[in-house]
Design a protein around this ligand. Structure first.
Ligand SMILES: Nc1nc2c(ncn2[C@@H]2O[C@H](COP(=O)(O)OP(=O)(O)O)[C@@H](O)[C@H]2O)c(=O)[nH]1
Ligand SMILES: [Mg+2]
Length: 347
């Protein structure tokens, strides 16, 4: 296909034209998710730039500092039937952030709303509250955005795989992976990492950015090809019997269960931590008591030894006194005896 054919396909896409009709769907929601600063907003800008074919605009507010600044779940309409969503990027894959990711991906939180990471059951409450505002007619296509500049550590690989698998269970489809910065990193290695996670649709791009807006046919073509692949995927999935209302309910149930399991796990970990702290405190007290006892025993033994030493000293002193007394008495007796003898001689 050439550029015009791609454009035609994208422009013509309509759920009414799908094999089984629209089945209740009226829009493809290309849901971008991924770590902060990996190029989600830039990819939206790129898609808009290519599709609108006008001036480059930083519509999705891609940011250079701290890797990104998207805090609102923003929709960007591409065609009548295709909208791209710039979901809030996350910093880490902790259970709170992943809970929010799944709520966003499941389209359970309103578009255009500020996304805040929340603790406890707050997320469940927000999902329940948002229920009336959310359209069930959106057909979700999850797209994970990752920059090849970022290497993936082994532990992160497992976490990523878990997030991608859960996204698959939630939306019923393996997320498409979009690799950005394709000319300035280890593209082959990164592709391999995602393939090993079970991802089979990977697209690599060099995004158009404010510093790089020169239109390139190859780049334009790749973006249009990506959008056509999204459409083909949707057409394939929409050829099966679908029920958007039930699917939305299932997604809601899935995320609420996730939050509940997360809270139960956090509670279990908290109890374990509390028990560990109590055990450590008890052990610390026992050790302190033991040490105090030993210290007292050592002190008593020292005092006892000191008493014995003093007693011995006293005994020795008494003996010396007695000996001295005895010697003096003896000397006195001798002197007395000599005097008597002398007197007798004189008489
Ligand atoms: N050279 C180049 N820069 C990119 C590419 N994608 C994103 N950037 C830059 O990377 C930074 C973060 O991108 P951004 O789109 O804000 O990331 P987000 O947080 O995922 O939305 C911005 O400075 C972008 O200009 C790319 O493919 N090539
Ligand atoms: Mg962003």
């Amino acid at each position: 296909m050439d550029i015009d054919q791609y454009r035609h396909m994208i422009n013509q896409f309509d759920f009414d034209q799908c094999k089984r009709g629209n089945q209740g769907f009226d829009r493809i929601l290309v849901q971008l998710f991924g770590l902060l600063g990996n190029g989600k907003s830039s990819f939206i800008n790129t898609c808009k730039y290519v599709w609108d074919d006008g001036e480059y605009k930083n519509l999705a507010k891609a940011r250079g500092t701290l890797g990104g600044a998207t805090t609102v779940r923003m929709p960007y309409k591409l065609t009548e039937n295709i909208t791209l969503v710039d979901n809030r990027g996350y910093k880490s894959l902790d259970p709170y952030e992943t809970g929010e990711i799944f709520a966003q991906l499941g389209n359970l939180l309103p578009l255009g709303d500020t996304v805040t990471w929340s603790r406890g059951f707050d997320l469940s409450q927000r999902i329940v509250k948002a229920e009336k505002e959310i359209k069930t007619s959106d057909f979700i296509v999850p797209v994970f955005v990752h920059s090849v500049r970022r290497s993936i550590a082994p532990q992160e690989r497992d976490e990523l795989q878990c997030v991608i698998r859960t996204a698959m269970e939630l939306t019923g489809v393996y997320p498409i992976v979009v690799l950005t910065h394709k000319t300035s990193g280890n593209l082959t290695g990164t592709e391999m990492t995602f393939r090993n996670m079970g991802v089979d649709r990977i697209f690599a791009f060099e995004n158009y950015t404010e510093n790089d807006t020169r239109k390139l046919r190859g780049r334009h073509e790749e973006v249009l090809k990506f959008l056509c692949e999204v459409i083909k995927d949707v057409q394939f999935r929409a050829a099966q019997p679908r029920d958007p209302v039930r699917e939305m309910k299932d997604r809601k149930k899935f995320v609420l269960n996730f939050v509940q399991a997360r809270e139960a796990e956090i509670q279990r970990l908290n109890i374990e931590e509390q028990k560990k702290r109590e055990r450590e405190e008890r052990e610390r007290k026992l050790t302190a008591e033991q040490e105090a006892l030993e210290k007292r025993a050592r002190k008593e033994e020292k005092m006892h030894k000191e008493e014995i030493r003093k007693q011995r000293e006293e005994n020795r002193r008494m003996k010396e006194i007695q000996d001295a007394e005895f010697r003096r008495e003896e000397e006195d007796a001798q002197t007395h005896h000599k005097k008597r003898k002398k007197r007798c001689v004189l008489q």
